[in-house]
Design a protein around this ligand. Structure first.
Ligand code: HEC
Length: 148
């Protein structure tokens, strides 16, 4: 091989290597520097001060609390009826009980019975909220129930 040819080969080799180095560096750069993904994979930081809402917490805030404050009766009734579908799959008894509470809540909404609505919120929260937060808070919500 001539000296000129050898130089060409070296150049091609170095060029190739740096292309590989850049390609493998690219995905690492896509991860934000402050991300702790990997250290705690699959475990979202949520619900504490400065963190985003946890899945059910966010759902409640958006679909129940906000709709109760500013939405229509129809929308609130519809959303309340969905709560039992959000019970953790590991607790089939909860889904049953949540259905009863939600049904009562829907009736109260339809009757315009504010105290009745609030009593439904409270009865579920008093009985289930602490345990839910302890055991299931980070659980992603199940997919929405199919529309009838
Ligand atoms: C059948 C059960 C059930 C009913 C009925 C229910 N909730 Fe909830 N709610 C929960 C659970 C469980 C949580 C805890 C989720 C979490 O914080 O991770 C929760 C959390 C919330 C939160 C989040 C609070 C926070 O920490 O940010 C709000 C707001 C809320 N509910 C409002 C309501 C209102 C208003 C009603 C009634 C109109 C209602 N809920 C009815 C089960 C229920």
């Amino acid at each position: 091989m001539s000296k000129k040819m050898a130089m060409w080969w070296m150049g091609a080799l170095i060029g190739g290597l740096s292309a590989i180095a850049q390609a493998s560096a690219a995905p690492a750069q896509a991860v934000p520097l402050d991300s702790d993904a990997g250290a705690d994979a699959g475990d979202v930081a949520c619900g504490e001060k400065g963190q985003p809402d946890c899945p059910l917490q966010g759902w409640m805030n958006k679909n129940i609390k906000n709709v109760k404050a500013t939405g229509t009766k129809e929308q609130l009734a519809k959303n309340l009826a969905l709560i039992p579908t959000l019970a953790p799959k590991a607790e089939p008894k909860w889904a049953e009980e949540w259905r009863k509470i939600a049904d009562a809540a829907v009736k109260a909404v339809e009757a315009g019975d504010k105290d009745g609505i609030n009593a439904s919120c409270k009865s579920c929260h008093d009985k289930y909220r602490d345990e839910y937060k302890k055991k299931y808070r980070k659980l992603p919500l199940p997919p929405p129930a199919p529309k009838p």
